[in-house]
Write a protein that binds this ligand. Structure first.
Ligand code: NI
Length: 226
């Protein structure tokens, strides 16, 4: 399941972040690449423990923690501290799959990457190329979202970023360990949640809503890993 999460950050938060990006010395993005992706990765990043990365990471995590669509779609257990990257001057990231397990630097914590997330800071009109291309069973999905919007996709999928031939593409990227490891089960719960919400708004107090909510929670109870 690939899903766009609109308005994770406000226009003001995006503007503040972009001002902070100007103050940072960006480094070679290969510092966080795995053995296989290091060969195809060509971009810049903010160092993981840089105060700007930590501050903006907190802002993103706080926003996600109260975003109903994100919570319903991801059913998050742990979220990796957000990282930040920048592509310009023809930079790209070739086809790769994200590492399954990531250690949070400087801590004993590890997360299993069930979902990958990319949050956009530059508008689609500000750069050419820079599309995130995610392969799934139905083909390749090409993603380029407005500032403040985020895409969630299965970390199991092959993906790449096309060369940025004009302007700069600045994004945050990170991973989520979900309470529901399986993408198919997580998608079913998300669909059920959306259907219950629609039922509640179209037919308030319909008795089936309680029953369906029970089914949702009982499936979650069966499948959730904590
Ligand atoms: Ni990746």
């Amino acid at each position: 399941m690939l899903i766009s999460i609109p308005d994770v950050l406000t226009a003001e938060e995006v503007a503040q972040a972009r001002a902070l990006f100007e103050t940072v010395e960006w480094v070679d993005g290969r510092v966080t690449a795995g053995h296989q992706s290091v060969k195809t990765k060509d971009n810049l990043q903010i160092p993981e423990n840089h105060p700007v990365a930590r501050q903006l990471g907190e802002t993103i995590l706080a926003a996600l923690g109260k975003h109903p669509l994100f919570l319903s779609a991801a059913l998050p257990l742990r979220v990796f501290p957000p990282l930040f990257n920048r592509y310009s001057g023809g930079q790209s990231f070739g086809t790769h799959v994200d590492n399954a397990i990531r250690q949070v630097t400087g801590t004993p914590h590890r997360i299993r990457t069930d979902l990958s997330a990319t949050l956009f800071f530059a508008g689609p009109e500000e750069y050419d190329g820079g599309e995130l291309c995610v392969e799934d069973a139905y083909g390749v999905k090409r993603v380029k979202l407005p500032p403040g919007h985020m895409v969630l996709y299965p970390a199991t999928s092959l993906h790449h970023v096309t060369p940025v031939t004009r302007g700069a593409r600045v994004c945050s990227f990170f991973w989520i360990q979900s309470m529901i490891r399986d993408d198919g089960q997580r998608s079913l719960l998300f669909d059920l949640d959306l259907a219950i919400q629609r039922l509640n708004s179209d037919h308030p107090n319909h008795p089936s809503a309680v029953q369906l909510t029970g089914v949702y929670h009982n499936l979650l109870r069966q499948w959730a890993e904590m």
